[in-house]
Design a binder for this molecule. Structure first.
Ligand SMILES: Cc1ncc(COP(=O)(O)O)c(C=O)c1O
Length: 389
């Protein structure tokens, strides 16, 4: 049994997935799928802890892949062919990808011309699609905006032929990131304005990921009514959403420990036995400030006497100078070995982590509904060594 509030019995770095939270998300997503008659599939790029797939299978039927390995994971571990989109397929991977995919979306005309027949020959029942670019996205961070000028993603309306090739059965459009239903409403108007002339020629449309329907302030009813209205306008179209984050949103924490406390120019840093760049990369990439349990995020300038108030920057254990974040105000002086708990660290972490500097990788634990904790994965020196010659 583990104490889920402080994780006091955990004394080493560990991601901890909580079954109850995962099931809460899955059941909300399943409810949207049923109410709006849409297919909602899991984007592996955000979450791919395959030992938990048996739980997912009670709520969803398929997944989406963005590469050969993700397509293989869908086929072999989830047990269903993937809806696959990759920015660019290659000669040496396309046949394996086609075999593992039920749907295959091409990012460009040249990719379709090069691989459309190859994919259908390998897998005659595969459904081919094209990624479209509506040239409208409210995602403000350029790193996550697939519609920014010069984007390498999707085909703009001016490059679409009036009549699509016969073997194109679907359209795929991804232009959200942690977005609300109101953003989808506005974006949908642009998608429709630009691409509705082709809707009559296809069977399905995939509205991509970024629909953060499990966030507490997300307007689920609005999403359902937008999708139902869309159905009324285009009853022949099968609708697909492929969120990733929404599945793993607030499903668990990263537990770390304080390894040392150092100070320079009045800035005190608690060095942890985890790293932002290795184990929480989106914090630096996005960038976004993680939430630390039982600590208040502060700016050093706004704290009059930061020294006496237990204000700490949190630093990672890699050699990257910028591997730190903060600052946070704790209610006591931090001690070596103390647990520092980063909230909401299950989406886009375990799939993106790396072994830079050879730093130890946190284990992955799973807290079952009955409170029992199971280790899904430990990482060892062999994992580091075997990635390289
Ligand atoms: C094509 C595509 N589909 C789905 C997703 C999943 O998005 P999210 O995890 O934000 O829901 C992404 C994220 O980048 C994506 O690029």
């Amino acid at each position: 049994m583990t104490d889920v509030k402080t994780f006091g019995d955990i004394k080493r770095p560990m991601y901890l997935l909580e079954e109850d939270s995962l099931r809460r998300n899955l059941s909300l997503i399943n409810g949207v799928a049923r109410r709006a008659d849409v297919e909602i599939i899991l984007a592996f790029k955000a979450y791919a802890l395959w030992k938990t797939f048996p739980i997912f299978k009670a709520y969803i039927n398929a997944t989406t892949a963005s590469s050969l390995y993700e397509a293989k994971l869908a086929y072999h571990e989830f047990g269903a062919q993937a809806h696959t989109f990759s920015p660019a397929y290659t000669d040496d991977e396309i046949t394996d990808i086609a075999r593992c995919s039920s749907h295959l979306t091409f990012n460009s005309w040249s990719q379709y011309v090069r691989y459309g027949d190859v994919a259908r020959k390998e897998n005659p029942s595969i459904q081919l699609g094209l990624r479209i670019n509506p040239e409208y996205s409210e995602v403000e961070t350029t790193l996550y905006n697939p519609c920014a000028p010069g984007t390498r993603f999707g085909i703009t309306a001016d490059k679409m032929p009036e009549v699509l090739p016969e073997d194109i059965q679907g359209l795929h459009c991804h232009c959200h990131c942690e977005s609300g239903a109101d953003v989808f409403q506005r974006t949908l108007a642009h998608i429709e304005a630009k691409f509705s002339p082709w809707f009559g020629q296809v069977k399905w449309i995939n509205f991509g990921g970024g629909h953060l329907m499990t966030r507490s302030d997300y307007d689920v009813d609005l999403l359902v009514s937008l999708l139902n209205d869309f159905h009324k306008r285009y009853p022949h179209l099968h609708l697909i959403l492929e969120p990733g984050s929404a599945f793993a949103w607030q499903t668990g924490v990263l537990v770390a420990q304080v390894a040392d406390v150092v100070e320079d120019k009045g800035i005190r840093t608690a060095i942890l036995n985890v790293s932002f760049t290795c184990h929480m990369p989106d914090c630096l990439e996005m960038p976004y400030m993680p939430t630390v349990r039982n600590a208040e995020q502060v700016t050093l300038d706004s704290t009059p006497d930061s020294k006496s108030q237990y204000v700490y920057r949190l630093g990672g254990n890699s050699c990257l100078s910028g591997d730190f974040m903060g600052s946070w105000l704790f209610n006591h002086e931090l001690w070596i070995g103390e647990n520092i708990i980063f909230e909401d660290m299950l989406h886009y972490t375990t799939v993106k982590t790396n072994m830079f500097n050879g730093v130890s990788h946190p284990a992955i634990g799973f807290v079952r509904s009955n409170g029992e904790m199971k280790i899904l994965r430990e990482y060892t020196y062999e994992d580091y060594k075997n990635r390289m010659d």
